[in-house]
Design a protein. Structure first.
Length: 175
């Protein structure tokens, strides 16, 4: 895949990610628990980028994090920026464990979900600390942000795998 195509795919994934979040939020298709929110399938575009190529995955993640600065919400910005860690892990793991069988997919999904959860928890703590707000109860953040993100991440991972397969079958992406 040439550089121009990688840049174009990265830009499209950033645009789709931001547009998707905007639509889901505008029409109230998300669960908001204060410090943590869940928008179904919101990480699919970042994960798809990582499955396409390391370059596309990294640039789609950075572009999406920069786009969220416009929200003015420090929690949202830091959570979006923390996604670079799970995207980098996904890039590395898919080279070591080819995603050609369900066992490797499950191992990669669990590892990516765990890192995703850890860094979202850290992002929430950093955002709360930066805003000088009262620190919420740790159990609340661990359950809502940690467990919720882990489950959300695993669902989004398998959706990204399915989307990539569909795009390859449709000859939009190379195998």
């Amino acid at each position: 895949m040439n550089k121009t195509k990688k840049i174009a795919l990265s830009a499209m994934l950033v645009a789709l990610s931001v547009l998707y979040i905007w639509v889901m939020t505008t029409f109230n298709f998300k669960v908001d628990l204060g410090f943590w929110s869940f928008t179904p399938l919101s990480h699919v575009f970042l994960m798809l980028g990582a499955l396409i190529s390391p370059y596309v995955g990294v640039f789609a993640t950075i572009g999406t994090a920069i786009a969220f600065i416009s929200t003015g919400n420090i929690i949202t910005v830091l959570r979006a920026a923390s996604h670079i860690f799970f995207v980098l892990l996904l890039i590395v793991l898919q080279k070591k464990l080819p995603l050609s069988n369900i066992k490797n997919m499950a191992i990669v999904s669990v590892a990516v979900g765990a890192v995703h959860s850890l860094f979202e928890i850290l992002a929430v703590y950093a955002a709360v600390w930066l805003s000088l707000a009262d620190m919420p109860v740790i159990e609340y953040i661990l359950i809502s942000c940690g467990a919720g993100t882990f489950i959300h991440s695993n669902i989004d991972f398998f959706a990204a795998i399915g989307l990539r397969k569909a795009l390859v079958r449709a000859k939009v992406l190379e195998a």
